[in-house]
Design a protein around this ligand. Sequence first.
Ligand code: SF4
Ligand code: SF4
Length: 353
Amino acid sequence: MGAGRSKKKGLGPAFIMGGLRRLYDSRSLYAQLVLTDDCNLSCSYCNEYTKGAPLPSLSVLKARALRLHVLGVLVFDILGGEPLLHKDLVPLIRHIKGLGGSSGNIVTLITNGFLLTPSLVDELGEADLDMMQISVDSARATKDSCKSLEALGTKLHMLARRASFKVKVQSVLTESTCGEYGEFRRLLQGLPFDFGFSLLHGPGGHLAIKGEQYVRLLREEKLFAGMNLYRNHAEEALLGDFSRPWKCLGGSKFLYVNAAGEVQYCSQNQRFRKPLEEFTTSDIRRNNHHKECETGCMLGCARLISHAMGEPLKTMKTSLSMLAGLKHKSRRERKAMAFTVEPENGFGDTPKR
Ligand code: SF4
Ligand code: SF4
């Protein structure tokens, strides 16, 4: 098992002050850095992968991360395709964490988890990863996705025992997953995870689900605190009402860097594309405007950052509770967890309390 740390960088007053400055300055706060478009799965609802796509070299990815740091980014999402396909994922994360210096930064890895191994989990912890968002949609495979507890239950139990970073289980809400979500959560009861939803969208980011049943889930299930920043908008949108205004900060406070190294507004809008090395604070200022695709869009990450920047007071409260949750588990805490979580014997087991 990986060595434990006593204190985690990235959560102190200097980091919080940096985040507050982003509310008023002309720099970016949050970036999604795509490592590759290649993926080991092929979920039917996904348009963010290309089988066999190339893997940029570590030096290229480090240069992109450095450029984002210079542009002001404090929170990095590492994603794909499937980022675990990149053999240099761990050194890249170590590099990004090093960029934060004494003020720190936050790095989240977004993965389908199929390629996770115990040693990789330890290495990610030692590289100081803050959070892993693992995509698991349902208890059993559906026609849309095989990201189920049947396939990933063992990995989740392994994460519960070994991970020194926060783990968030993210589920794409669709017609097939909505009805059984309660059972899904019951099967994971007792595991030390956060939970979140991605609301199914079509091309262009437009919400592709509608109905009271989704609103009920948003209201009844305990979810990742970031959702509180746009919960009202999500509930109304799920009932077909998109009239509540918001301003998308894609290409401004929120940057999406595709696998070719170009900045886009988000994964779904390619109308703005500019090589990251040519992207400057003038672009950040220029892109701080309403987008024509805002009505109907429910892309979680862009929503979260846009609302956070638009409502500073609400953001401070939510951010502090999110930051408090990012505390690294010590070796002692993980050892205790090893005794409270059942062995890797299937998704249906309820862990001992
Ligand atoms: S695992 Fe993720 S990137 Fe790959 S096809 Fe499924 S949703 Fe898309
Ligand atoms: S509103 Fe923003 S996040 Fe949504 S699709 Fe348009 S550019 Fe992307």
